[in-house]
Design a protein around this ligand. Structure first.
Ligand code: GLV
Length: 340
């Protein structure tokens, strides 16, 4: 008899076919979001689950799902999963690192350019019939070329954002828990500085670190006050690393000239003040969403699930197997900023 698994949200047909070759699959192809009550009900007899970041996997859920052996997240971030609770319950947890780095770095640049050059605001102006022709001071933006780009979190995605800055002749500064390898610094033309210096000197500050208790509000009111006046903040990493209330204040006071945001505290809700701000570009957590990358993420999560339930050795295991029980690799996901 094949093991039973659940796919919590709609996925690609070939991913489903691949899973069906190994498992008895229940899938939510109608894509109706499942609250924790429905999720627990659907997981009662399942050995594995392919989750998205909208699914919360915590100790309460795990205690009601005794058959569960593997939770395979379709995301590189895994702050929706209580890794220690998984380890205590002997449940393998996996993520999808690597396959989304380039698409996320590309999208970060889409936010940088759209925010600095006021692309969305001017598009709305034109579409709403307000354009009366060219004039000198129309939609004056901020130059990206030759500006100073600050990168907080210099892992796979942060360093790819830096590489893309080479064509814009920028000064690139970064801060990370660990200084990067000199070869990588040279390849990206990036200089390691303290967090304070990064905030003070960056014309554009972009965040590339995972959410964890140690990165909660890593950009809060005092950090925003330390940022260069008239600078831009970009967040395509995770909601919660920025204090959105403090950000609204910094945008209102003019400390920041603008922000490009793909992620928010309490998604899918967002601070309503952001909606009416013309100097803010808002996108619904789509940084990794090219057709090829979202497919690669889903397929990698499926491969993790097949490997977990057949060999016990999924390629992207977050928590380690140890004497039949799996122990968390580190108590603090935020310690390794490279994971995003
Ligand atoms: C997207 O936000 C991811 O973590 O993969």
């Amino acid at each position: 008899m094949k093991p039973k698994i659940l796919v919590t949200r709609e996925t690609f047909d070939d991913v489903l076919d691949y899973l069906t070759g190994h498992f008895e699959v229940s899938s939510n192809q109608s894509d109706t979001p499942m609250d924790s009550h429905i999720l627990v009900k659907n997981l009662a007899d399942k050995s594995g689950v392919m989750t998205t970041m909208m699914d919360r996997v915590d100790a309460a859920l795990l205690s009601n799902c005794p058959a569960l052996k593997a939770v395979c997240n379709i995301a590189v971030g895994f702050n929706n999963i209580d890794i220690e609770a998984c380890s205590r319950a002997g449940v393998m947890a996996t993520n999808t690192p690597g396959v989304l780095d380039d698409s996320t770095a590309d999208f970060t640049w889409a936010l940088i350019l759209a925010t600095a050059r006021r692309v969305v605001e001017s598009d709305s102006h034109l579409r709403s019939g307000q354009w009366k022709g060219w004039y000198l001071k129309q939609f004056l933006g901020i130059d990206v070329h030759h500006a100073t780009l600050g990168i907080l979190g210099f892992g796979r995605i942060g360093s790819k954002v830096a590489r893309r800055a080479l064509g814009f002749d920028m000064t690139v500064l970064y801060h990370n828990t660990r200084q990067a390898d000199p070869d990588l610094e040279r390849a990206c033309n990036a200089t390691f500085v303290s967090k304070e210096e990064l905030l003070e000197r960056s014309d554009i500050l972009t965040l590339h670190l995972p959410y964890s208790p140690s990165t909660h509000h890593i950009i809060g009111s005092s950090e925003l006050a330390g940022m260069k006046t008239g600078s831009i903040l970009i967040n395509a990493a995770r909601g919660g690393v920025v204090d959105d209330t403090a950000l609204v204040e910094a945008l209102t006071s003019g400390r920041l000239a603008g922000a490009g945001l793909d992620v928010f505290e309490n998604e899918p809700a967002l601070n309503p003040a952001l909606i009416s701000m013309k100097n803010v570009v808002l996108t619904p957590h789509i940084a990794s969403s090219s057709a090829a990358t979202r497919h690669a993420m889903a397929m990698l999560a499926a491969r993790n699930l097949v490997a977990a339930l057949t060999t016990g050795k999924p390629p992207n295991l977050i928590n380690k197997a140890e004497g039949g029980r799996r122990k968390a690799e580190g108590k603090d996901q935020g310690r390794d900023q490279r994971c995003n």
